[in-house]
Design a protein around this ligand. Sequence first.
Ligand SMILES: NC(=O)c1ccc[n+]([C@@H]2O[C@H](COP(=O)([O-])OP(=O)(O)OC[C@H]3O[C@@H](n4cnc5c(N)ncnc54)[C@H](O)[C@@H]3O)[C@@H](O)[C@H]2O)c1
Length: 334
Amino acid sequence: MNILVTGGAGYVGSKLVPKLLEKGFHVRVLDWFLFDDNIFKDLKTDKLELIKGDLRNSSIIKKCMQGIDIVIHLGCLSNDPSCDLDEELTKSINLDAGINIIKEAKKNKVTRFINASSASVYGIKDENNVTESSKLEPITLYAKYKADLEEFLHSQASEDFSPVSLRPATVCGYAPRLRLDLTVNILTYHAVTNNKIVVYGGEQKRPNIHIDDLVNIYLLLIDAPKEKIHNQVFNAGFQNYKVIEIANLIKSVLGPDKIKIQITEDNDHRSYHISSEKIKNTFNFSSQFDIKDAVLDLAKAFENDLVKNPNDSKYRNVKHILENEDFINNKILG
Ligand SMILES: NC(=O)c1ccc[n+]([C@@H]2O[C@H](COP(=O)([O-])OP(=O)(O)OC[C@H]3O[C@@H](n4cnc5c(N)ncnc54)[C@H](O)[C@@H]3O)[C@@H](O)[C@H]2O)c1
């Protein structure tokens, strides 16, 4: 089985790709390696093909699609602030390139297209349990193009082409390509380095998912019988916590006596809460990891110096993109 992972050198991909190799799949990663060129340097296997290229380059996409059975589409500008930098750039990567990748996949007889969408497509809702059938009301460009790409993908479903979209909550936990711009990861970093967690507001509820649970879900979507995934959409978020609850949990895990929480006023009181009953019931799936595991893994990684120069911009997407002139000037990068 040959799998193409777009954006496979990112945070999620850096944990998913080694797992796919472990399971015996042949994996082709297409990524511009925006954050780390050496992320897979320790993976010595001829089952891994790394292709450095731009998702918007259609001749690369054609080449990458040869012999592929399943696509896992992760590649994009992956948070609100990065997408807000330049709408044209964002649309070209997050929507236009995505549409081309879907069309090429279908043309090349890819049977299953697993699309990394996001729980942010719902916008902010009053209802307590946002399910897959709740209305999509994206607020940000990031969420809007996620919703648009889903719509296109699912319009392409056919007997031989099974699209499935996953809408994950905010991911947490250590990965070789780490992001320190995600709630649990940032707060843990602050607790570890400053013994202080600054919380803005804090009453907002945010759903979370541990990166290892997310990886297990991607494996499940690869293995599941077609009828369970064909043209389906799944939420994936298992701990709906208030930000202040996350901060308290980190404090209790890492040092109730030494870590201080500082609450700063914030006008953003938007909360949301997603239901992941569908994925649990369809696959009999239960999450095996929680925020506490993520905090402990991250703390261990900092302690063991696995996170080199944590102030480096490469751990913070928008900062890093801003430092990358060619990227921000919207050049197609080979
Ligand atoms: N991390 C989360 O909390 C989260 C939550 C919900 C959904 N998601 C989705 O999961 C997917 C993976 O997220 P992540 O956290 O690993 O993101 P990430 O930013 O770490 O990885 C994205 C990868 O895409 C690559 N990329 C971006 N533009 C490219 C281009 N034009 N050409 C080639 N490569 C390009 C980058 O180099 C990077 O390696 C994304 O689609 C994201 O929207 C993530």
